[in-house]
Write a protein that binds this ligand. Sequence first.
Ligand SMILES: Cc1cc2nc3c(=O)[nH]c(=O)nc-3n(C[C@H](O)[C@H](O)[C@H](O)COP(=O)(O)OP(=O)(O)OC[C@H]3O[C@@H](n4cnc5c(N)ncnc54)[C@H](O)[C@@H]3O)c2cc1C
Length: 478
Amino acid sequence: MLTSDLQKYRLGLFWFTNDLRLKDHPLLVRAAQQCQHLLFIFIRDTQQTRGNRFVSSRMSANRSLFQLQTLQSLNLDLKKLGQALFYAEGAPTAIVEQVINQLQPDAIYRSRQVASEEKRPWQQLQSQFPNSKFITATVQNIYQSDQLPVSADALPDTFSKFRKLVEKTAPNYGEVQIQAAPTSLPPPPKPTALSDHLALVAVDEWHINPPAQPGQSNKSAVEPLPAKAGEEAALNYMQGYFKTSAASHYKETRNALDGEFTSTGFSPWLANGTLSPNQVLAALGRYQRLHGRNESTYWIYFELLWREYFQLYALKHGDKLFQLRGITNKPVTGCLYGERLARWINGTTPYPLVNACMNQLRETGLLSNRGRQIVASCLIHELQLDWRAGAYYFEQQLVDYDVASNWGNWQYIAGVGADPRQGRHFNLEKQQQMFDPEGEYIAKWRGDVGDRGAFIDSVDAADWPTNQPVDTSGGTLQ
Ligand SMILES: Cc1cc2nc3c(=O)[nH]c(=O)nc-3n(C[C@H](O)[C@H](O)[C@H](O)COP(=O)(O)OP(=O)(O)OC[C@H]3O[C@@H](n4cnc5c(N)ncnc54)[C@H](O)[C@@H]3O)c2cc1C
C-alpha cells in the first residue's frame, strides 16, 4: 500500500456479505488503511428471502438463525476494535442509496460477488453514483484472477479440464499465505450522522434475540444449530478437525451419510465467510508438514477446487445458473407436480433412503454430499420434477447454502451443467446397499414410512386413485 493511500478517504462504507470475518480479509485491511471513519453494514435482501413459485420462502428458520448469530458474533469482534455492525432488511440498492445520499461516503467496499442477483445492486449503484469509489476484491476464493491460468469467461466446461490447468500453473496449495486481522479499525461516523432516517439498526441493539425472518419465527429453528456461529467457533472447529487424523482418511470416509469428521464439516462457515478457503488450506499445509501428505489430504484441496470451479462458473454463466436448460440449453422436461414435491420434501416417497436424507436436511439444515446427490437424483429422475424446485428447496434449508455450489451441483446432476456425462442418475437400491447396508441411517432418520410411501402419486392423470406400487429399483449409476 502506498503511503498516499493511507487515510485518504474521510468516510468509507464497508458492506459485508458472505465474508463475515476479520481474519484473512484483504479488502477489510485495505478499507481500514484508507479511511478515517468506517461504517460497517450488512443487508438482508428481502427480495431474495421471499418465496417464489417453487418455495414458500427462500430462507428457513435454521439458515436465518445461523446468519443472524454470525452477525452477532461479528459485531462482538468489531466491538473489540471500537467498531460496530449495522443491519438492514430490504432492497440493497435502495438501502445503500439512502446511506450514500445521507452520509456521502467517499468509498464503498464490498467483496466480489459471483451470482447475478448479488451483482446487480452493485452495478446499479455504480451507475447511479459515478463519482463515488466502488472498491471490490476477491476474498472468498483460493486464487486471485491473476493467479489462474484462465479467466472466468474462458472457464473450461468441465471441472477436470479446469483442475488440470490450475494444477499445472497455480501456486502450491500447501503454501498459501493468509492475512492477519487488522489490529485496529478507524472509528464509526459520529452517532448523530446515523440519523433515524436510515434503515440501519445497530446489531448491538438486538440484545439476546435477533429479529425473526419476516413472516416467520426463529423459534422454529432447531437448537443447537448444526454449527456454532462466528469466526472464533469456525477456527476452533477447524483446529479440532486437524488435531485428529481424519484428514489422512478423508478420501475413504467422505462419502459416508453421517458421522463426525467423515468429511470436514467446514461448509457452513465457508459459505458465509467466517472461514476462508485459504485458512483451510493453510491449516491443511501445516497438517501435511506434520503428518505427511497422502491422497486423502490432497483430496480436501481437490474438493475445495470444486468449490472454486463453481464460483467461476457462476461468474461466467450469470442468469443461466437458474434456468431450466442450464448452461447447455439442452431441452429438458420437468414438471411441478405438487404432491410429488411435497412427498420429497416431507420424506414420504417410496424410497426410504431418500426419506431419511430429506428428514435430516429439514431437521438439521445439513446433509452429506452423498445424501445431496441421492435426493437430487431422485427428484430429477424418479419423480421427474423440475430440478429448480429441488435447488430452491436446498437454498431454503441449507445452513451452508452457497449460491454457486448449490446451483452448480444441481445443474450437474440434472445434466444441464458441467457434467461431461450429461447428468447423474443414482440407483437408489444400490446406494442403500453401499452406504447404509444395515439400515442404521434410515432408522435414525425415520426413512421407512411403510404404506405411506407405497405410491409416487395418489391419483393418476385422470384423477383416478392409483393402486400400483412404483418400481423402486431406480436407474443406472452406482
Ligand atoms: C445438489 C447439491 C447441492 C449442494 N449445495 C451446496 C451448497 O449450497 N453449499 C455448499 O457449500 N456445498 C454444496 N454442495 C456441495 C457439498 O455437498 C457440500 O459442500 C459438502 O457436503 C459440505 O460438507 P463438508 O464441509 O463436510 O465437505 P467436505 O467433503 O469436507 O469438502 C470440503 C469443502 O469443499 C467444498 N466442496 C466439497 N464438495 C463440493 C462440491 N461438490 N461442490 C462445491 N464445493 C464442494 C465445500 O466448501 C466443503 O466444505 C452441494 C452438493 C450437491 C450434490
